[in-house]
Design a protein around this ligand. Structure first.
Ligand code: HEM
Length: 149
């Protein structure tokens, strides 16, 4: 996370436990908000699986633990990107999920996190999102190789 200041990293690390303790509640609420506010995203999920919120939380927290060495999670991201490309997740969907995530955090954790901290978590989401988006661009370019008919 080279392009993020030491101050931002410190704030993330200092508040990691708050998200950690409520990660499953937050991600469940995140998907509820996503589908309420952006119903067009529902059809991307083929029978929304009950463990999807847990998988999202795992991805978020694993990347938080490896804040300074995201390369160790490359194969994890490759798996996510393959699922995304298969489902048709596009760049324009990421701000929708960001909005849902931040709304869920505000709903559930605003007594423990101030605006500045929530803003830092949004930055963090986009850091991870950009790692996925870049790779997904390449996967889309090679889609016929990944998923031959
Ligand atoms: C930083 C952002 C994101 C993270 C960390 C993330 C994480 C994940 C993970 C861990 C999986 C499971 C991969 C597997 O099958 O092994 C997944 C699948 C999926 N994600 Fe994401 N995701 C992100 C953004 C998005 C966005 C923006 C959308 C669309 C609104 C989306 C829609 C999906 C769909 C449709 C699947 C496949 C579900 C299925 O196969 O049932 N994701 N994602």
């Amino acid at each position: 996370m080279e392009n993020v200041s030491q101050e931002t990293k410190k704030l993330l690390k200092d508040t990691e436990h708050i998200i950690w303790d409520k990660q499953i509640e937050v991600t469940h609420r995140m998907y509820e908000i996503l589908f309420e506010k952006y119903p067009e995203t529902k059809s991307l999920f083929n029978n929304f699986r009950s463990h999807q919120p847990n998988m999202f939380a795992a991805a978020l927290m694993a990347h938080m633990i490896s804040l300074d060495e995201p390369e160790v999670l490359l194969s994890f991201r490759v798996g996510i990107c393959r699922s995304h490309v298969k489902a048709g997740v596009k760049e324009e969907h990421y701000p929708m999920l960001a909005d849902a995530l931040i709304s869920a955090i505000k709903e559930l954790l605003s007594d423990q996190m101030d605006e500045k901290t929530i803003d830092v978590w949004q930055k963090w989401y986009y850091f991870l999102a950009n790692l996925l988006i870049e790779r997904e661009r390449d996967h889309y370019a090679e889609k016929h190789l990944l998923f031959p008919k």
